[in-house]
Write a protein that binds this ligand. Structure first.
Ligand SMILES: Nc1nc2c(ncn2[C@@H]2O[C@H](COP(=O)(O)OP(=O)(O)O)[C@@H](O)[C@H]2O)c(=O)[nH]1
Ligand SMILES: [Mg+2]
Length: 300
């Protein structure tokens, strides 16, 4: 038996490539929210996997993209600063055709990094086997990778091979977190993210991006054997509030009832969820409001 290994694994790549889906697949739990829309993930989220010989701490990051405003620059900065802190970089690309140029641009962020880099080609469930080899060849010429692993974060196909490669590259080290921890996110933060995920699923255009969620109450109600949660959805304009509430409150009910099911799964008990919507004018442009909603830069 070798010595125990541990370290941080940065999940990087452009938006929508499946970083958060991979993290959830590895952990077997929804720790990081996902959606078909870009820029769903906003903060750095840790996911912890403890195996007999190692502990891997995955760092899920917002996607790398061209940022045109301060809020999106903050997201990209969050992703890039994670790079400096990790032991192994797992760079994700998408096996779907026509996406190679975006990945090529994003890969330039890795230029000159001293960290070992694994390339994961995700979403192989969507491509034909015979198209995979040319794709692997293509990426082999784009960078120096410790290994190239085709996988599907959705089905789990190939994920074991990725974990084996990561374990091989990890430095010797202690178990940083207790064996049974899954994430560094407090339950309150996970619960707020579950509400935000449903907003991404049920609303369109600018609305998901204008939303922040805070949790005002997280309280065990032992008499009824449930947890009482009050959460507020903050939007930037009255018109967005009207859409989020919907006709006869229908939209808010839909967001609330689906989010509540996720929370009950996570917490393992019944949940009473009170959801509120409030307008905080243009909060994304207000550094103080951003900080209050949990999007403060970690360092200047
Ligand atoms: N078919 C397929 N879809 C995937 C796979 N991995 C992720 N997706 C989908 O791609 C979208 C973006 O995933 P997400 O994890 O949020 O991407 P992120 O922005 O990189 O975190 C979601 O709709 C996922 O369900 C995969 O292996 N196969
Ligand atoms: Mg994500």
């Amino acid at each position: 038996m070798g010595e125990f290994k541990s370290g941080f694994v940065g999940l990087l790549g452009v938006a929508n490539v499946g970083k958060s889906t991979l993290m959830n697949q590895v952990l077997g739990e929804k720790v990081s929210i996902t959606s078909p829309k870009p820029q769903t993930t906003r903060t750095r989220i840790l996911g912890i996997l403890t195996r007999p010989a190692s502990q891997m701490v995955f760092v899920d990051t917002p996607g790398l993209h061209k940022a045109h405003d301060p809020f999106n620059r903050l997201l990209v900065q969050t992703a890039l600063s994670a790079l400096r802190e990790v032991d192994v970089i797992c760079f994700l690309v998408d096996a779907a055709p026509d996406s190679e140029d975006t990945h090529r641009a994003a890969l330039q962020c890795l230029h000159g990094t001293p960290k070992p880099v694994l390339l994961a080609i995700n979403k192989i469930d969507l491509v034909r086997k015979k198209d995979l080899l040319p794709l692997i060849d293509h990426y082999r010429r784009l960078g120096e990778f410790e290994a190239i692993v085709p996988l599907s974060a959705l089905t789990g196909d190939g994920v074991d091979r990725l974990l084996a490669e990561i374990e091989r590259l990890l430095p010797k080290g202690p178990r940083y977190y207790p064996e049974d921890s899954l994430t560094d996110q407090p339950e309150r933060a996970l619960v707020a993210e579950m509400v935000r995920e449903k907003v991404f699923h049920f609303t369109h255009q600018e609305i998901p991006y204008a939303v922040a969620v805070t949790v005002e109450r997280f309280q065990e109600d032992e008499v009824h054997g449930r947890i009482v949660i009050d959460a507020t959805i903050h939007v930037e304009r009255e018109s967005q509030k009207a859409i989020l509430i919907g006709k006869d409150g229908h939209m808010l009910k839909q967001i609330g009832s689906t989010a509540r099911l996720d929370m009950e799964r996570l917490l393992g008990c019944r949940v009473y969820l009170g959801l509120f919507v409030r307008v905080q004018k243009n909060w994304r442009r207000d550094p103080r409001a951003r900080a209050r909603f949990g999007y403060a830069p970690e360092r200047s």
